[in-house]
Design a protein around this ligand. Structure first.
Ligand code: TYD
Ligand code: MG
Length: 468
């Protein structure tokens, strides 16, 4: 039987199918399959793994120096990388088109270029365009090697000739192509082959390689997810177009922690570091408004305070709306159920809108208590104490549970001038003592969500029953 010459690959996750189908079974994405040529493969033979060389097994403990780092000097960037680029490693920087990936990488590359040989290969823009951007960013004098190219063969030949390259940025991986492959640039086969070839070059030449990749929903370009397993670190550059904040988040990092974030502000002259994100996220907070509570969160190694906003409006029949921006909607549903069942606060007749102000995405269950406070405050139409921060996880029976790094959260709250922290009951865990209150901060411990409801307001559901 003749071997099929084409197959269908999902641009999101790279899964292969013999026939077209509307939805990818592997990742669930719709309309992401596209037809691509099957690469020729040498036929396998039985016993083909015979004749190998013996590898030595070694103990876990050994003399290994930490990898050397090429720091960019942009602290927010370096922290996310785990201290800077590791020579020979491959970093994927993904994000929506227009979010600022090229700007960020041009700024970082220009900084590295001051000390080490750095190249920026643009497949997206012409040399003139990149020069204009550099001029706007005030980087025109940086000794950066710039080229506009898309042919992998040309790019590889040019990099082979640069023995002292320390950092190479490829913007973007979806524009490069290998002419020996039959598919168009941006397809899964091209993106994979080009990334593999560039990584091989980076490893053999010892330069750090950055691949910029667009995340697209349309599936016309292969998403960075098909590359995630091939690279050493994956960073996502995210943010809301309506906001000037941009967040660089590590989702995979072989050389550092994965929950680190770097916060930037977008300006006319490019991305500016935000060393104190709490102050920025709280800058536009207005006191004395119901439905708002400040959450003392932790992002990576750093405490970050953000405002949680809740809005309730009478539902116009049918099933009530639940809209969430910046938090997990499943978690909101759980909290609403706990508030209703354990605390007698029914919001079933209301549409509920929840928003993390400033465009940050919060992933911690520790935000439960702040979200609950915002909801209860909105329901009672009474503002929470403007000088209070909240943190704590809520369990299904309504109990408020301890969360990690309470000390760091409290210190940040005190530093920003908050006077009260509402937190879970402190008990010594293992050998660590319960956190002490930093100076100027009063601690209010809460054991059960009902205590919070009672302290913020006489809950409507309870007040009626209790009045008898
Ligand atoms: P760009 O870096 O081109 O985004 P991407 O490479 O992710 O597609 O940035 C998009 C636009 O935003 C571009 O026109 C420049 C503008 N911009 C600023 O004016 N200031 C900034 O700080 C950033 C990041 C972008
Ligand atoms: Mg770009």
């Amino acid at each position: 039987m003749a071997k099929p010459t084409t197959r269908f690959l999902c641009a999101e996750c790279g899964a292969a199918y013999p026939k077209w189908q509307g939805r990818c079974d592997s990742c669930g994405a719709w309309n992401t399959l596209s037809e691509e040529a099957v690469p020729p493969r040498a036929p396998g033979k039985a016993g083909q793994v015979a004749g190998g060389r013996r590898v030595a097994f070694v103990p876990l403990k050994g003399e290994t120096a930490p990898p050397p780092r090429i720091a960019t000097g942009i602290a927010e960037f370096d922290r996310v990388l785990g201290g800077g680029f590791v020579p020979g490693s491959v970093v994927l920087v993904g994000g929506d088109p227009g979010i600022g990936k090229s700007t960020l990488m041009l700024q970082a590359a220009a900084r590295v270029a001051e000390r080490r040989r750095t190249f920026y290969v643009s497949g997206e823009e012409a040399v003139e365009q990149v020069r204009l951007r550099a001029l706007r960013l005030g980087l025109q004098d940086a000794p950066l090697g710039l080229a506009a190219a898309t042919s992998l063969r040309d790019i590889a030949a040019s990099l082979e000739a640069e023995a002292d390259a320390a950092l190479v940025v490829m913007d973007s991986i979806q524009t490069v192509f290998l002419d020996s492959l039959d598919s168009t640039p941006g397809t899964v086969s091209q993106v994979r082959a080009c990334a593999a070839e560039l990584s091989r070059l980076a490893k053999s030449r010892g330069f750090a390689l950055v691949l910029i990749g667009h995340v697209t929903k349309e599936g016309t370009l292969a998403g960075p997810r098909v590359l995630e397993h091939m690279v050493d670190a994956t960073l996502y550059f995210e943010g809301d177009r309506g906001h000037q904040f941009r967040i660089l988040r590590a989702v995979k990092n072989r050389f550092g922690a994965t929950d680190e974030i770097g916060v930037f502000e977008m300006t006319e002259r490019g991305l500016v570091e935000v060393p104190n994100p709490s102050a920025l996220f709280l800058a536009e907070r207005r006191g004395n408004i119901s439905g708002s509570a400040v959450f003392a969160g932790i992002e990576g190694t750093r405490p970050v305070l953000v405002e949680v906003q809740a809005l309730l409006s009478p539902s116009s029949g049918g099933s009530p709306r639940r809209q969430v921006v910046g938090w997990d909607s499943g978690r909101l549903a759980m909290l609403l159920a706990v508030l209703e069942t354990r605390c007698g606060l029914s919001l079933g007749q209301n549409d509920v809108y929840l928003n993390i102000a400033g465009g940050l995405r919060v992933n911690e269950p520790a935000a439960d208590l702040a979200v609950a406070a915002a909801l209860v405050s909105a329901a009672a139409d009474r503002p929470t104490d403007a000088g209070a921060v909240y943190f704590g996880e809520v369990g299904l029976s309504g109990e408020v549970r301890q969360v990690a790094q309470a000390d760091a959260r409290l210190r940040e709250a005190a530093k920003l001038g908050f006077s009260t922290a509402i937190l879970p009951r402190r008990v010594a865990r293992g050998r660590s003592a319960p956190p002490a209150a930093p100076e100027g901060l009063r601690l209010t411990e809460i054991g059960h969500l009902a205590d919070l409801v009672a302290s913020l307001a006489a809950a409507p559901g309870r007040a009626k029953g209790g009045a008898a």
